[in-house]
Design a protein around this ligand. Structure first.
Ligand code: GLY
Length: 336
């Protein structure tokens, strides 16, 4: 997808680097840590749709769903389906880079304004995991289905299987196999879509969908399908979602943290900044030249938004009022 950022600027991270504890300081400087009250592009106003990364088609379809009478839940599902079906997006759905064994495995979750949630993890061969997650939420007594069971449920619900590899993801995987001999998890791309929407009835919903880290271990599940980590919605307060190295978000329960901070009076921007700072302080207190990316977006009930990332380079798409635009997010660390 044009304009997408490669998350990890420094070519490869090793499995050890994913566990992050050992990163040491060098090329990065923390920015001024003064907390922003507000994102400069933020103002109250509903309806709105906001998504991680340059995903204007996703925010556009989300807003269309709202304008034509759909709910915020319809909006976020419609939005998430855009990169899921985009062969040019190498980190979500069709065309997503596979795991170490050459298999594309998908994670997704969805939450509505009533606090209902649905999730699928380690799902294979299905184009729209977000829609399966919605069916899990609406048609089962459970929140999360995984792997073979999730696939079986999808098939029972009428979803069709398909090959999710594209010519270019096959080329990339073959290159990875030849050059890396299976030793590294690869130049990670974690351009997960997280999307939040508020409809005209002031209902908030969110969705999150990814193929996860390229060349991940077979069976690895990231933050995106984990309620509270990759996504959290509380209709009384607001919502948050994440992109980036899921292990860091899972260990800090980032999206739930952001919503709770907003519940206690933080603006969406302040809450995103605190969640990012928590990750930096816990795992990269000494800095580190291979600091991976994590980015959050959040909205509150009034339609104000926040966005912040660990490393510079994160952007988000916002459709509010008449404007559907991509904005560069502020970040804690400037990696050049
Ligand atoms: N945030 C996506 C992942 O780490 O899988």
């Amino acid at each position: 997808m044009n304009g997408r950022r490669t998350f990890l600027k420094n070519a490869l991270i090793t499995t050890a680097a994913v566990s992050v504890a050992g990163c040491t300081a060098s090329a990065v400087e923390p920015k001024d840590e003064k907390t922003s009250k507000k994102n400069p592009n933020s103002h109250p106003g509903i309806p709105l749709a906001i998504a991680t990364w340059p995903n204007l088609r996703a925010t556009d379809l989300a807003m269309q769903a709202i304008v034509f009478g759909g709910s915020a839940l319809d909006a976020v599902e419609a939005g998430a389906k855009v990169p899921e079906a985009d062969a040019g997006d190498s980190s979500v759905g069709y065309g997503g880079l596979p795991d170490k064994t050459g298999v594309v495995t998908l994670d997704a979750c969805i939450m509505d304004d009533k606090g209902n949630a649905g999730s699928v993890t380690f799902l294979q061969h299905i184009l729209h995991p977000i829609s399966v997650a919605r069916r899990v939420m609406e048609k089962t007594p459970h929140v999360m289905l995984s792997g073979e069971g999730a696939l079986q449920f999808a098939l029972e619900e009428g979803f069709k299987t398909q090959d999710l590899m594209t010519d270019s993801s096959r080329v990339a995987w073959n290159k990875y196999r030849e050059e890396m001999q299976g030793k590294a998890i690869g130049e990670a791309n974690h351009d997960t879509i997280g999307i939040l929407a508020i409809d005209r009835q002031n209902r908030i919903s969110g969705a999150c969908s990814t193929s996860g880290a390229a060349w991940k271990m077979h069976g690895r599940v990231g933050d995106s399908p984990i309620i509270g980590a990759g996504l959290y919605v509380d209709n009384e307060v607001g919502a948050a979602t994440s992109t980036g190295l899921g292990e860091l978000v899972m260990k800090t329960v980032g999206s739930f943290l952001i919503v709770e901070l907003m519940r206690n009076g933080a603006t969406p921007q302040e809450a995103c900044e605190t969640a990012v700072r928590r990750i930096r302080d816990k795992y990269f207190a000494d800095g580190g030249k291979d600091v991976p990316q994590v980015g959050f977006i959040a909205v509150n009930k009034a339609g104000e938004h926040g966005a912040y990332s660990l490393v510079n380079g994160f952007s988000y798409s916002l459709y509010q009022g008449e404007t559907n635009e991509v904005y560069e997010a502020e970040s804690l660390i400037n990696a050049g």
